[in-house]
Design a protein around this ligand. Structure first.
Ligand code: GUN
Length: 286
């Protein structure tokens, strides 16, 4: 029997706690604030950004969406980031990926005040994550949310074989680090991996983040495995589907996240959680 992981239910639990934390901060005169900067008209990005904004407002946060034209120059974007770095009403700055070609993503990452880096993409944070450094710092929200879901469903990575398909900065690499820190034996696989499907089949915990609709089917899954589908793809009919063929995984996987209703709501809930943490830490800076 395959059980579906209810990402919406776990997200609700996280959001409920965030709402309480927001009220407590507001009572102390701090309203957590987030700005999401979106450059260009990518339709999927626009949907994510709208959902993030709605959730932030619903939780009582100060939420700004800054929509910029796809002709925005590097200098213009950096100047806008600088202005939010200096804006005390903003605790978290997120520049939505993907960005147009003229924008140098690493420079954008470095331009964000690390105290406001709600994605945890600054190399100092990535270094802390990889070294399993103690203390408080932001960690990429999609993988962090996945760890919350695994915990909620009683999946302890310790001693398990984990395979992460995809090596992005947003998901694959931080996911592999978090699973390693949780004592899993981790393989990062990607488009150049030989016999990718055989590698996938070794996984007790399989995280798929490729952007390729239905890349993984039931035949590629180890019986009883926990399957986390990060994909948000469109099939040939324009329907939202994941990187895993949910139907053929039935009866093979032990636990599986659906698309939609799995990783998506958890990412947004975790982003809100991180924003509140940045707001909390903002008056305790060294
Ligand atoms: N695009 C898709 N997911 C993310 C994310 O978590 N952070 C940023 N900055 N862009 C994204």
């Amino acid at each position: 029997m395959t059980k579906t992981i209810d990402g919406k239910a776990v997200a609700k639990k996280v959001n409920d706690a965030t709402q309480v934390a927001v009220s407590e901060l507001v009572a102390q005169g701090i309203q957590p604030g987030i700005v999401v900067i979106i450059v260009g008209e990518d339709p999927a990005s626009k949907i994510y950004v709208r959902n993030k904004n709605r959730k932030a407002e619903k939780l009582g946060m100060h939420s700004v969406v800054r929509q910029l034209p796809d002709t925005t120059t590097q200098a213009e974007l950096l100047a806008i980031i600088e202005a939010y770095n200096a804006d005390d009403s903003i605790h978290g700055i997120l520049v939505q990926s993907p960005l147009p070609k003229q924008i140098n993503e690493p420079l954008v990452t470095m331009a964000i005040d690390p105290h406001k880096d709600v994605d945890g993409f600054h190399p100092a944070y990535v270094g802390k994550l990889v070294t399993n450094y103690p203390g408080h710092y932001p960690v990429a929200n999609t993988p962090r949310g996945i760890m919350t879901m695994l915990k909620e469903y009683g999946v302890d990575p310790a001693g398990k074989t984990a395979v992460v398909i995809g090596r992005s900065t947003i998901v694959g690499k931080p996911m592999a680090a978090l699973l390693t820190n949780a004592n899993a034996t981790v393989t990062i696989a990607h488009s150049r991996t030989k016999d990718l499907k055989a590698v996938a089949k070794t996984a007790d915990i399989l995280v798929v983040a490729t952007g390729i609709a239905h890349l993984i089917t039931g035949d590629d899954i180890k019986p009883g495995a926990t399957v986390i589908d990060v994909g948000m793809d469109r099939d040939e009919h324009g329907k939202l589907v994941g990187d895993v063929d949910f139907e053929s995984a039935q009866g093979v996987a032990g636990l599986i996240t659906p698309v939609p209703g799995g990783v998506g709501p958890m990412t947004i809930a975790t982003l809100m959680q991180t924003t509140v943490e940045l707001a909390k830490w903002s008056d305790k800076r060294e």
